[in-house]
Design a protein around this ligand. Structure first.
Ligand code: IZC
Ligand code: ZN
Length: 458
């Protein structure tokens, strides 16, 4: 990566990782060890803290983390980490040292719902909404998603990739090391393939890992809207033409559908997601963003990786997610409160009820040009604390370990434990409870991706 507002020290997966890195001087290391969080576990983050200044400056209980070959080798109080590294034969002298300068250390943040790639902007819709227009009315009138589709179809690959890099840079600056990126502004096979491929290539470029999702069912494109059975005809073209092409291309890990009354109904969404699953793409859904539409129920029925938004689920939908939580396929509820805020709605997702029902909760930016032009996950954590009443610890689990699980990556990323990928953030604040406390501030000191420093503000 180049340019952008930040100094990128190293990037790209192709280079040799620093063999060893030992981070010391942290006030606390929050590991998130222990797997997917739900219920009261949602707020249990695994905090290892030093006892006051003495600990931080190198006392035996000072928390440190050692990375080797891009993975976490050991984490815990200094003496224990040193003993375990020695016992396992790591060459201690070959560890570069990084001073966290009294900051907190967390896993790299994971943003599990973004519409990263698009052309054009939609600031005009803000004024329309202030004047009382409704999101779906703007879409029906040919604006909203459709205006972004027109701009995206007209943009070339280099423009789209440059835009993607610019916003990935921004996300990295907020501590994000893995991002999901949906297509969905092409709505024809050729453009959808371009979007999935560009997302995939941006991930190869690094330093942020990008997980591509195919979202052909984001809206009915203009060429189908003119037809009397437009929505149904477009659903058939997704199943018969787009999905086979996307599957043959082999880059999209997930298939998503905007399951919402007035967009794609639950039956249409089911048909698309089942067809995608037959090609090996895991379902995830935009579920009940604006009105109860059967999205939460469908996510539970299909064992989707995640049900996203959930600002307006039905009672049955909440119950279905709660029942799925104790099954073999818990569906992660990925909440997007910055979108609700930006839409000036007071209809926030029932986060406390979901947590009380044992549903694992993740948070995401929903970065997109219409309803959430916000690339900052820490800002989403603030809105989640204020509007969804999550505690700061619950919000932290939601943007790390649970977000990783929402992307099927829970075994690799999202927590700091031996063997996991060494993606981590050193913050400028001494405790993670201050991350949502300073809304809008730039709180990241250093970002480490696969054991290497990729961003340094120290
Ligand atoms: O471009 O409006 N809800 N998709 C579903 C969006 C919002 C993004 C957009
Ligand atoms: Zn979305």
């Amino acid at each position: 990566m180049s340019g952008g507002p930040f100094r990128i020290i190293e990037g790209g997966r192709g280079e040799e990782p620093t063999p060893g890195l030992l981070i010391h001087g942290a006030s606390e290391i929050v590991t998130l060890v222990g797997g997917l969080r739900a219920g009261i576990g949602q707020g249990q983050v695994g905090r290892i803290a030093a006892e006051g200044e003495r600990g931080r400056d190198g006392g035996s209980d000072a928390p440190v983390i050692a990375c080797w070959d891009g993975r976490v080798a050991a984490v815990g109080p200094r003496v224990m980490v040193e003993a375990s590294l020695e016992a396992e034969g790591y060459p201690l002298a070959r560890f570069a040292r990084l001073d966290a300068a009294g900051g907190a250390v967390t896993p790299g943040l994971v943003d599990p719902h973004t519409h990263l790639l698009f052309a054009g902007t939609r600031e005009g819709e803000m004024a329309l909404r202030q004047a009382g227009a409704d999101y779906l009315d703007i879409l029906q009138a040919g604006g909203g998603i459709l205006s972004t589709v027109a701009a995206t179809r007209a943009a070339d690959d280099d423009e789209l990739a440059a835009h993607g890099r610019r916003w990935l840079d921004e996300m990295l600056g907020h501590g994000v090391t893995t991002v999901e990126a949906k297509s969905g502004y092409g709505l024809d096979l050729a453009t959808e393939l371009r979007l999935v491929e560009i997302a995939y290539r941006l991930g190869l470029e690094g330093p942020i890992d990008v997980v591509p999702t195919y979202l052909g069912a984001h809206a009915v494109p203009p060429e189908f809207r003119a037809r009397p059975d437009g929505t149904e005809a477009y659903v058939r073209s997704i199943i018969d033409e787009q999905l086979p092409g996307i599957a043959a291309h082999g880059r999209a890990r997930f298939c998503d559908v905007f399951c919402e009354t007035g967009v794609f109904d639950a039956d249409q969404s089911r048909r698309i997601l089942q067809a995608a699953a037959a090609y090996g793409m895991t379902p995830r859904l935009h579920a009940d963003e604006l009105a109860p539409s059967g999205g939460a129920e469908l996510a539970a029925e299909l064992g989707a990786a995640s049900a996203d938004h959930l600002a307006a689920p039905s009672e049955e939908g909440i119950e279905a997610l709660a029942a799925a939580a104790s099954s073999e396929h818990p569906v992660v509820a990925t909440l997007l409160p910055a979108t609700t805020w930006f839409l000036m709605s007071d209809h926030y997702a029932p986060a406390r009820r979901l947590i009380e029902g044992g549903v694992p909760v993740a948070l995401a930016t929903d970065f997109n040009p219409g309803t959430s032009p916000n690339a900052s996950l820490p800002l989403v954590m603030t809105v989640a604390c204020l509007a969804l009443k999550l505690t700061p610890d619950e919000a932290l689990a939601a943007v790390t370990v649970n977000a990783a699980h929402a992307l099927g990556l829970g075994d690799e990323i999202g927590s700091l434990e031996p063997g996991k990928v060494a993606d981590l953030v050193v913050w400028k604040v001494p405790t993670t409870t201050q991350i949502p406390y300073w809304p809008g501030a730039s709180l990241v000191r250093t970002v480490i991706k696969r054991g290497r420093v990729v961003l340094d503000h120290s």
